[in-house]
Design a protein around this ligand. Structure first.
Ligand SMILES: [Zn+2]
Length: 110
């Protein structure tokens, strides 16, 4: 998101510079170039400032948002997927499943 804002802001600043050149070169009327360049300059600066603000706030937002258990939605420690109860259930279920799969099969010798 912040990258898109930065790209769009840079694009608008480039358009502003082109309008500054286009006005005196009489590619467009000077009045139109002045009006458009003022708008594009302000919009570009606002977008660049917004991109920097978003970039600064993203680590804070990650700190604030806690992760929740995948099963019950209770808040869990950072980096964890399940709460302690569901972690235990998942470990038991996985262990049972692997025991079933890893049982040796009876093979007949021909
Ligand atoms: Zn849970």
């Amino acid at each position: 998101m912040s990258r898109n804002f930065l790209f769009l802001g840079a694009l608008l600043l480039l358009a502003t510079v082109i309008l500054w050149i286009a006005g005196p070169a009489e590619w467009v009327s000077e009045h139109a170039a002045d009006t458009m360049s003022a708008i594009s300059l302000k919009a570009g600066l606002v977008l660049i400032a917004a991109s920097f603000a978003l970039r600064l706030m993203s680590p804070v937002a990650k700190q604030i948002s806690k992760s929740h258990c995948k099963e019950c939605g209770r808040p869990v420690a950072r980096g964890h997927i399940y709460c302690l109860d569901h972690l235990q259930e998942t470990v038991h279920a996985t262990r049972d499943r692997t025991h079933d799969v890893s049982k040796p099969t009876m093979r007949r010798r021909a």
